[in-house]
Design a protein around this ligand. Structure first.
Ligand code: HSE
Length: 295
């Protein structure tokens, strides 16, 4: 069976709501082959949809339809390392797996650009799907049909430390709480910081990241669903993080940390427990520059 490796992603990066995202060295795996029926199982015993509601299956079927083919069935074996509904791109990983696998099964009729567009159409925004496909840090504009994107590979001595709580936050709920309109001042606040984030990350001006991750479009509203969010930010900064932000729609908090800050994760765990936040896990990743690969 074909095996697909798909990276987790961290979207928004603070101020770049629906526009910025990066891939992480943390992966889901999907084994896939065409079949005359739907045969979906989980290699790790996780409870996953095993019928036509499975997002990998839906995405593969969509790609077949775009190419004028009917997908009769699919055999899938999923290894889901990326926790669901935690702001680390688990649903995008499914969409991208379905598209990349189906495209390969058909002999790659769709280009990378096509896959980026189709993935964003399914997800509704490109900031998880595009980096999951492409790797690196991706800047993307989705016009509702097409994604205009730039992928930049990142070779920094930075760790992305995910501080993951033991509860889920569904993206729909985390989007429903956002205001329909924002002020001109807030728009400028965000666009200047989103631009500062990419430029600072890519040029090594990491001291700007603490300012760059602030935003007024989503994080202040989502914090109400993430108890102790500000406290976790404060602890991360106390231990020397360059920046800390809500990853994607949350509830994971991502801390950007210098590689030389060797004991950051250990110190975070210690401080979280001291603060009574023992349900939070701490995992260190780097930026994945390869995106989705077939192995
Ligand atoms: N940009 C998206 C959001 C990412 O913040 O809602 C989550 O999928």
């Amino acid at each position: 069976m074909m095996k697909i490796q798909i990276p987790a992603t961290s979207a928004n990066l603070g101020a770049g709501f629906d526009a910025l995202g990066l891939a992480l060295t943390f992966y889901n795996y999907v084994e896939m082959e065409e079949s005359d029926r739907i045969d979906i199982s989980s290699a790790d015993g996780l409870d996953i949809p095993a019928d036509e509601k499975n997002l990998i299956y839906i995405s593969a079927k969509d790609l077949f339809a775009v190419c004028g083919r009917k997908l009769e069935g699919l055999k899938l074996v999923q290894t889901n390392n990326i926790p669901m509904a935690r702001g680390l791109g688990s649903s995008s990983a499914c969409i991208v797996a379905g598209l990349a696998g189906a495209n390969h099964m058909l002999g790659n009729p769709l280009t990378t650009d096509d896959l980026v567009d189709l993935a964003a159409q399914i997800e509704g925004h490109p900031d998880n799907t595009a980096p999951a496909l492409l790797g690196g840090i991706v800047t993307a504009v989705f016009d509702g049909r097409k994604v205009h994107w730039v992928k930049q590979e990142v070779f920094t001595k930075l760790k992305f430390t995910a501080i993951i709580p033991d509860f889920e936050l569904k993206t729909e709920k985390a989007r429903a709480c956002l205001p329909k309109e924002v002020s001109h001042n807030d728009a400028v606040y965000n666009l200047s910081r989103a631009a500062l984030f990419s430029a600072s990350l890519l040029t090594g001006k990491f001291e700007n990241l603490r300012t760059a991750v602030h935003d007024k479009l989503h994080q202040p509203y989502r914090m109400e669903f993430i108890p102790h969010c500000r406290e976790v930010f404060d602890i991360a900064y106390t231990h020397g993080a360059y920046g800390a932000y809500i990853s994607g729609a949350g509830p994971t908090i991502m801390a950007i940390v210098d590689e030389e800050n060797t004991y950051f994760a250990g110190k975070m765990k210690f401080s979280l427990e001291n603060a009574g936040l023992s349900g939070w896990e701490v995992h260190e990743f780097h930026i994945d520059n390869n995106g989705t690969t077939l192995c």
